[in-house]
Ligand binder design. Sequence first.
Ligand code: NAD
Length: 259
Amino acid sequence: MDLGLEGRTALVCASSRGLGRACAYSLAREGVHVILNGRTEATLLDAAQEIQALTGRTVHTVVADVRSEAGRQALYEACPNPDILINNAGGPPPGDFREWAHDAWIAALEQNMLAPIFMIKHVIDGMLEREFGRIVNITSAAVKAPIPTLGLSNGARSGLTGFVAGLARQVVHKNVTINNLLPGPFETERLRANIDYVAKQQSASFEKIYEERKQSNPAKRFGQAEEFGDACAYLCAAQSGFMTGQNIVLDGGHYPGTL
Ligand code: NAD
């Protein structure tokens, strides 16, 4: 299926590895000019070279921390009029909510709620004028089924989800869509860090918890980042203009509800 994206431009936040990188790769493969972002230049350049080699497309990079206004400004300057915006950042640390002081909450809100909202604020008017825009926020399956140890993530991402639900309905008449992709367990460094935390808490080995989590998923495996990237590319497709304000879970069937 041709996604009709040839020649479009995408700003992909936090894309030097993991799910963000996979989204950038899938979009580049569809002929999109991709701007990659990460905080460490060497890792970012490696990712860019890899995507260029795999797709034959030129990929640009912006070293910036998406949590800061200065970082976001650098992204806007490098790509003032993206057709596609993929919002992503690291996830907040796991823990017990009794241990989180005010600063921890503010950091989570900055990273997983306010940074994507400010990114959207910057790009949306241009998208409305050009009558094409695709915004995908990488959130978490925790928005639909909260994970007890990830209270900061459960809370901050739900705030973003509520905001997006309102905004998406105000911009779709100009062919601008906003959707959230909710990853369940995907085999990335973030997943390994979370498993490591649980293993230490339970005084169990990493391998034991890793295997238990894998077997407890109906798919009996973890998701692969490429599967996530391809779902993201589909949400950005020319043909996806009637799908907006949705929260799409990719979790191998782990969420047990009918709807
Ligand atoms: P990851 O840790 O493997 O990769 C995160 C990427 O974001 C890295 O390239 C990192 O350098 C970059 N990054 C982090 N903070 C940044 C910042 N402030 N500015 C710019 N770049 C930044 O994580 P992942 O597994 O790809 O997860 C992506 C998002 O999805 C995270 O928010 C994570 O919490 C969430 N998530 C992941 C899973 C999973 O199983 N992998 C499940 C649920 C939610």
